[in-house]
Design a protein around this ligand. Structure first.
Ligand code: SAH
Length: 237
């Protein structure tokens, strides 16, 4: 079953962009997921194809018009579309691995990319858009955020990753940051690969990696250990 993404944007030429290469691009070519773009501007009714207007109450910038955006959304979701409708927005729920996983388990997603100062508040409510943020910073548009979200989701779809094992070991999947990686040469600029990794003792290697993950997480992201950011870290797996 294909995972279907529809992106509503004023810049459809930005897609597939980075999603057209490597892992995501190959999965797109092989039909594991599909990507459709809808140009929001095509739904502007007037001669000038106006998509934005000045903010009510004054202030800088422009606001995306609710009627145009709603018409674009309605054209995408005709009736029985059960996909979640996301709006990329710095005010939204923070994108994390749990959200990516739950989206990957569904039928796909409709992703609205904002521009200017953002979109009219009424359309968010009326079309039940779920706001999703990439983090505490401001992009100039929702497109790079949508691409990051889709990339995170697509790599979790069955058949996309070469080795299912590599998803399991990665940062956040176990609630911990990932352990450090090394590859040949064995000595590089005088620095050696940690001895244990060359020992061939898989138990010792797993123990070392777990200890490294834990220490790194304690040092850099103690919030992950306190369980504030999701699941409590329990026993070693
Ligand atoms: N005036 C807004 C920012 C608008 S930026 C504010 O201060 O909150 C223009 C568009 O870029 C937004 O509508 C949104 O779609 C996108 N965007 C900007 N930062 C983002 C972020 N951190 N995560 C997701 N989308 C973002």
């Amino acid at each position: 079953m294909t995972w279907n993404a529809t992106v509503l944007t004023l810049y459809p030429e930005m897609f597939p962009g980075p999603l057209g290469v490597s892992l995501a691009g190959r999965a797109l070519d092989s039909g594991i997921w599909s990507l459709r773009t809808m140009n929001i501007r095509d739904h502007a009714g007037d001669r000038h194809h106006t998509v934005d207007d000045t903010p009510a109450g004054g202030g800088p910038g422009m606001v995306m018009k609710p009627d145009v955006l709603a018409s674009a959304i309605d054209a995408v979701c005709d009736g029985g579309d059960t996909r979640p409708r996301l709006l990329m927005s710095p005010r939204g729920q923070r994108l994390d691995q749990n959200l990516a996983r739950s989206l990957a388990a569904g039928p796909g997603a409709i992703v609205v990319c904002g521009r200017f100062e953002g979109v009219d508040e009424r359309v968010i409510k009326a079309r039940q858009l779920q706001e999703v943020s990439l983090g505490d910073f401001i992009l100039s548009g929702g497109e790079p955020a949508a691409q990051a979200l889709l990339d995170a989701v697509v790599r979790l779809l069955p058949g996309v990753m070469g080795s299912a094992q590599s998803a399991v070991a990665e940062s956040f999947e176990a609630g911990l940051l990932e352990y450090p990686h090394y590859t040949r040469p064995r000595v590089w600029e005088g620095h050696e690969i940690p001895e244990v990794l060359l020992s061939g003792d898989h138990g010792a290697i797993a123990d070392w990696r777990y200890a490294q993950s834990l220490a790194l997480t304690e040092q850099r992201r103690p919030d992950l250990l306190s369980g504030r950011n999701g699941r409590e870290v329990s026993a070693k797996t």
